[in-house]
Each structure stands twice: as structure tokens, then as C-alpha cells.
Design a protein around this ligand. Structure first.
Ligand code: HEC
Length: 124
């Protein structure tokens, strides 16, 4: 009987612990998850922030120090946006262009696609 109670106590502790864990994880998954369409937007924004913003700036205008040093293109420029195809933007991100490194090894095709869309939305 004593042994049974001990096992029960362990079981209760484990259940309680997992409830706490699940509860603790919920706000995190709310931040990174959410509705599926919004979550792909968020990941493109996160990718842009970690891989592109050092040169292109968070607004895409390349007003950063590194952006100026590398003669980074202002990717918000409407005239440039109108003259460039999605394929070329994709290839530039994947293979690099001029002083810009390629990201084909670091990012998946889906991620680069989402960055192409993200770049399109920076158009001013
Ligand atoms: C080391 C600085 C640097 C980083 C990091 C960088 N870029 Fe660039 N980017 C440049 C430079 C410089 C150019 C201009 C290249 C040229 O036309 O000679 C450029 C050009 C571009 C262009 C225009 C390409 C074209 O075909 O005209 C796009 C789009 C672009 N970058 C997107 C991105 C994205 C998306 C990322 C992140 C995945 C990124 N860049 C990361 C420096 C950078």
C-alpha cells in the first residue's frame, strides 16, 4: 500500500510538472506560431532581420554603415522594383551579386522565396 501511494505521488508530480511545462510553452508558441499565413510573414521578417538588415537596413534603404561601405542597393526604390523580375531577385539572393554574398547554402528555396516576397513589400 505504501509503495502504491509513493507511485501515485510520483505520477501526480509528473502530471503536474508536464502541465506546468505545457503552460510555460504556450506563450512562446503564440509568439512564434499563430495563423499560418501570418507565421510565414513573420519568418521572412525574421530572416531579413538576421541576414539582410546589416547591409540593407531594417527599412531596405541601405542607410547603414555597412550598407554604405558596400554600396548596397536601395531595394525600396520603385523604379528598380519595376524593372527587376522575381527570378532575378531570387538569383541575386541565392548566388549573390557584386559585393553581396549568396545565401543559397544558408537558406532553403522556400525561405528565399519568402524573402523575394518580403523585398517586394519594401517597395516605396
Ligand atoms: C554584406 C552586405 C549585404 C548583405 C548581408 C545582403 N546584401 Fe543584398 N545587396 C548588397 C549589395 C552591395 C547589393 C548591390 C549588388 C550589386 O548590384 O552590385 C545588394 C543587392 C541586393 C538586391 C538587388 C539585387 C539585384 O538583382 O539587383 C536584393 C534584392 C538584395 N540585395 C536582397 C538581399 C537580401 C534578401 C539579403 C538577405 C538574405 C541581402 N540582400 C543581404 C549587400 C548585402
Amino acid at each position: 500500500m505504501k509503495r502504491f501511494l509513493k507511485q501515485l505521488a510520483v505520477l501526480v508530480a509528473v502530471v503536474l510538472f508536464s502541465v506546468i511545462l505545457i503552460d510555460a510553452a504556450r506563450p512562446i508558441s503564440l509568439v512564434s506560431g499563430g495563423p499560418s499565413s501570418a507565421s510565414s510573414d513573420r519568418s521572412a521578417a525574421a530572416l531579413y532581420r538576421s541576414y539582410c538588415a546589416t547591409c540593407h537596413g531594417s527599412d531596405g534603404r541601405a542607410k547603414t554603415i555597412k550598407g554604405k561601405l558596400k554600396h548596397t542597393r536601395d531595394i525600396t526604390d520603385a523604379q528598380w522594383q519595376d524593372n527587376v523580375s522575381d527570378e532575378r531577385v531570387f538569383n541575386s539572393i541565392s548566388n549573390g551579386r557584386g559585393k553581396m554574398p549568396g545565401f543559397g547554402k544558408k537558406l532553403s528555396e522556400t525561405e528565399i522565396d519568402s524573402l523575394v516576397n518580403y523585398v517586394r513589400r519594401l517597395r516605396k
